[in-house]
Design a protein around this ligand. Sequence first.
Ligand code: COA
Length: 387
Amino acid sequence: MQVGIDKIGFYTPNKYVDMIDLANARNQDPNKFLIGIGQEKMTVADETQDAVSMGINATLDFVDEIDKDKVGLMIFGTESSVDQSKSASLFVKTALNLRPEVRTFEVKEACFGLTAALMMATDFVRLHPEQTAIVIGSDIARYGLNTGGEVTQGAGSISMLVKADPSILALNEGHSAYSDDINDFWRPNNSKTAMVDGKYSTQVYLDFFTKTFEDYKKQKNLKTEDFDALIYHLPFTKMGLKANRLAIADESEVVSEKLSKTFEASKKLSVNVGNVYTASLYLSLLSLLQNGELAPNDLIGLFSYGSGAMAEFFTGNVVEGFKQQLHPDKVQARLDARTKLTIPEYETIFTQSLADPVEGKELSSDEQAGVWYFAGVKNGVRLYKQK
Ligand code: COA
């Protein structure tokens, strides 16, 4: 029996900053951001969008197409949690009317959270093939105004349905994992912005990629040329490009060209959305599925990395007819619906979104009809509403 990804939902909030404007405002050469970092736009979340609302909105993309009574597990991976105790997934469960029998909770390991969720969900469905699982990754990447990491911010969510006989990607059993207790990126409880040693993080990411990729190939007796695509966690697309260059360094021209082309297809969405932490690898997957020239049964290698640090390499095979499950026009419409912010507007919205919500103050959203948003706090309880 095959188990894997059957549906993919995506949401990103309705505002963005253009990297050329940001470079000009920060006295940087725009090509540093466009080429050196590899980003063109970044989504900005205002105070009415958080990990919960974005996770609901991503799942809304497919929830009406599935049998809700079969959902036995829902896991929410995030680094941008809204509560120290209650799981973000419980708000999602209520908003989407899932049955109370669902087992649901939140997981955290920086950007690895959604992969942790996907692995647990896959094992769950292998044990309970008559049930399905929803896994959500939802994050706002905040490093702060005028920081080195500012250009690698973003916001968004990916939600996926995991089931037996999946329609998009059949995940293969086995994986290669690698972890170490290091300090490359972290966010203490008293900080709303991340602490990061970006250059060290890049080194560790590349090191863990080499370790897990080589180990996986050895375990499965595979060669690099056997992969039809390699995709990566993309906190900024240059990071994945560096890993992809390592992967193809000793390969023939044909293999290098093939894997460079698929990498280009996989980065298109991230270039325009920015860093979505837990969801980043799966935004690459969505981008590859939409923009790559994939054939049924093509082998995709996925590299997941969460700072701190935890990495995993695993694979899946593309399922025949997968295109029918995708909605590229809807994804594009969502990106096109974003309003471009001036840098002063972005700075005001960013600063506002860092402030704690005021008790009893109701927030209104400028999103389109149907979108869920954070409506404020009443008696200490966070409220979510649909436009
Ligand atoms: N044209 C083209 N490229 C240019 C350029 C120009 N005018 N100016 C600089 N560059 C290139 C640099 O050569 C460098 O390329 P390289 O990485 O291939 O060497 C790149 O742009 C970045 O320049 P650098 O000076 O290293 O940038 P920085 O000191 O501002 O730091 C990050 C960049 C990515 C390290 C920083 O933004 C960061 O820490 N971000 C957070 C990263 C993160 O989230 N890590 C953890 C999650 S996994």
